[in-house]
Design a protein around this ligand. Sequence first.
Ligand SMILES: *[C@@H]1O[C@H](CO)[C@@H](O)[C@H](O)[C@H]1NC(C)=O
Ligand SMILES: *[C@@H]1O[C@H](CO)[C@@H](O)[C@H](O)[C@H]1NC(C)=O
Ligand SMILES: *[C@@H]1O[C@H](CO)[C@@H](O)[C@H](O)[C@H]1NC(C)=O
Ligand SMILES: *[C@@H]1O[C@H](CO)[C@@H](O)[C@H](O)[C@H]1NC(C)=O
Length: 459
Amino acid sequence: MVAKPGGISRPCFFIVVAATLWVLTLYLRLLVPIAFSWRVAVDSGRSSGGKDDPCRGRYVYIHDLPPRFNAEILRNCSTAYAGWPKMCDDVSNGGLGRPMAGGAFTGETGWYATHQFALDAIFHGRMRQYGCLTNDSAASDAVFVPFYAGFEFAAHSWGYDAAARDAASADLVRWLVRRPEWRRAGGRDHFVVGGRTAWDFMRSDPNSAWGNAFLLSPAAKNLTLLAVETATLGWGNDVAVPYPTYFHPRSDAEVLSWQQRIRDSDRWWLTSFVGATRPGDDKSIRSQIVAQCAASPSCRQLGCKFGSAQCHYPGDIMVLFMSSTFCLQPSGDSSTRRSTFDAMVAGCIPVFFKPRSAYIQYRWHLPRDHATYSVLIPDESVRAGNVSIEAELRKIPPAAVVKMREEVIKLVPRLLYADPRYKLQTVKDAFDVAVDGVLERVKQQIKGGDDYGATAGWR
Ligand SMILES: *[C@@H]1O[C@H](CO)[C@@H](O)[C@H](O)[C@H]1NC(C)=O
Ligand SMILES: *[C@@H]1O[C@H](CO)[C@@H](O)[C@H](O)[C@H]1NC(C)=O
Ligand SMILES: *[C@@H]1O[C@H](CO)[C@@H](O)[C@H](O)[C@H]1NC(C)=O
Ligand SMILES: *[C@@H]1O[C@H](CO)[C@@H](O)[C@H](O)[C@H]1NC(C)=O
């Protein structure tokens, strides 16, 4: 039945009234609270620029944690000596460590002997410089929790029982879940940095002598943990971001001139390897790598064996990577390596032996099409002894090698962490890419969440 224009029939009138009331009721009961929470965000957005606000959808609130969760752990660095010798030196200069001294890069700005597990402080420093911070937590799109999860691990991991290893993270979780910021989304818009492998925070066996159980607490499962290696490869809430390298530029110009320097660099070695063998680990292919490299005049290695200090000078490592075309990156104590990032920052094409050394780790930072910037030689074939790494690499046409290297050089900015005490102008570093990833992930978690009813948590 179609109503004539100008007149509404009586039954139709009642249907319209009933429908209107029903919609109104629904609106009031369901939509208003949601709309209200959106209004809060939109209004405060408007006050800082409205629709044209470049920070729209990008506001981050930094939790003001008690110092026992960050600054005090840093101040107590000497007590972590048992498991991390020279931690105080290594986390000086805002986490960058000591300026490089002795050998290449001595006296050059931007170069530090940065420790592989120093990310907690570097990231916090970069976060303080982030352009879209807000003090109004209700208007934020994500909440950064500056808990030094990795440093805390170092402070209590050697010579402490499981309860002592778990105490600080349990304390943090109790603090967090009581905050109004947490109740808004059950913590799904919160993120933490633990600059170690995520395995270190996932001790499932209470009798194990290694690690704490931070990531296994029900609350911590809701937040996002940025680590240098993910343990769950995409199905958990631990996301991998690059290890820190030795280079921490202070300006766009320093990044650009570095890219030019590695583009112009003479690469007289076809391959190189920096690392030690793992004699106790029969799954490791490092002894085969070392043997193949030793037998080839076009491969150069720096040994890290106990008693050999060759690989302990960052300048030497960078000079070798800058003069190599391919850098071998077999897994070591875990699947990933800091060396991968040092090599790429030097413009050296990484050679992996397992997809989980990089491809299924750094999804935000590395291109999906891994053949554009790297080579994969399956580790079984190296272990079986039927593959010559050199012969495999020589099969790649020179023009393809040049193209891959140019791709690596293009990726360099997003693989390094800028000096947190300065500001890059337009170049996006690893931190910027990580924050983009977090904001996108939070949006998915909250708006595309499996449980729509949980939106009520936004009230
Ligand atoms: C730092 O060390 C002091 C003195 O040993 C200790 O009382 C305090 O609990 C430590 N703080 C943290 C966060 O570990
Ligand atoms: C937040 O408040 C602190 C302390 O009042 C102030 O120093 C800082 O500039 C404020 N930050 C923003 C983004 O408004
Ligand atoms: C974690 O998030 C879920 C919703 O996905 C929520 O029901 C739960 O209460 C949250 N856990 C904590 C400890 O807040
Ligand atoms: C090398 O040996 C392994 C194990 O026997 C086999 O899977 C692989 O296909 C071989 N690779 C080559 C290139 O022959």
